[in-house]
Design a protein around this ligand. Structure first.
Ligand SMILES: [Zn+2]
Length: 210
């Protein structure tokens, strides 16, 4: 366990972390009508294999050392996100498990998951926890089991567990986030920019004194 500040610094160093500093645009999440003053671009984290290694070896893997039974699969349910895929692949290697993914829209499990096999879920970030619930359901439909914890980089949800599955996250906030309709930064005249598509627009914030 390296602590939240260690990871915040790591992510700042690779410019994968954006925080609102009182001026310029703010972040708008692509998948939900939520505006925030903080975001982590986990696609950028995927470009740093040594960082993915550090995360998986020192944060996620130790969570499973006391496990008696074999973990058969590591599955990500946000396969479009490079960071989530890279972490799932690395954790699978450490656990000597196989790697697969779940399409939560179609409830399709892309893994030859057999009855009673055990799977770990990996995500890059958790917002409401709804997608994780769907992924858990998809695994259970295969009569396979979920081994905890659910591993993620950022946990925006404020939850400690989802359907009794504990969450292991590197960064927990507290985060400032608002529904798009009542966002105080929009009201101040700050422009919302979509996180991934406008990442470099977000990062080009004005210099502040000092
Ligand atoms: Zn806003």
């Amino acid at each position: 366990m390296r602590g939240e500040n260690y990871w915040l610094e790591k992510f700042r160093n690779i410019e994968a972390l954006w925080e609102y500093n009182g001026e310029g645009p703010h972040a708008q999440h692509e998948n939900e009508p939520v505006h925030t003053a903080f975001c982590l671009n986990t696609d950028l984290v995927a470009g740093y294999p040594e960082l993915i290694h550090d995360i998986c070896l020192n944060e996620f893997f130790p969570e499973f050392i006391r496990e008696r039974g074999k973990i058969n699969w590591v599955l990500t349910y946000i396969p479009s996100i490079a960071g989530a895929r890279a972490m799932a692949a690395k954790l699978a290697r450490l656990l000597q498990a196989q790697v697969g993914h779940i399409d939560v829209r179609s409830m399709t499990v892309y893994a030859e998951l057999r009855k009673n096999e055990r799977a770990v879920l990996v995500a890059d970030e958790i917002f409401s926890g709804t997608l994780a619930e769907v992924a858990m359901e998809a695994v259970q439909e295969k009569q396979a089991k979920i081994a905890g914890p659910l591993c993620t980089l950022t946990n925006f949800s404020g939850l400690k567990e989802i359907n009794k599955l504990p969450i292991k996250s590197l960064i927990e906030g507290p985060f400032q986030r608002w529904p798009a309709k009542s966002c105080p930064l929009c009201q101040k005249g700050s422009i919302p920019l979509p996180v991934r598509r406008a990442w470099y627009g977000l990062m080009r914030r004005p210099e502040t004194a000092g």
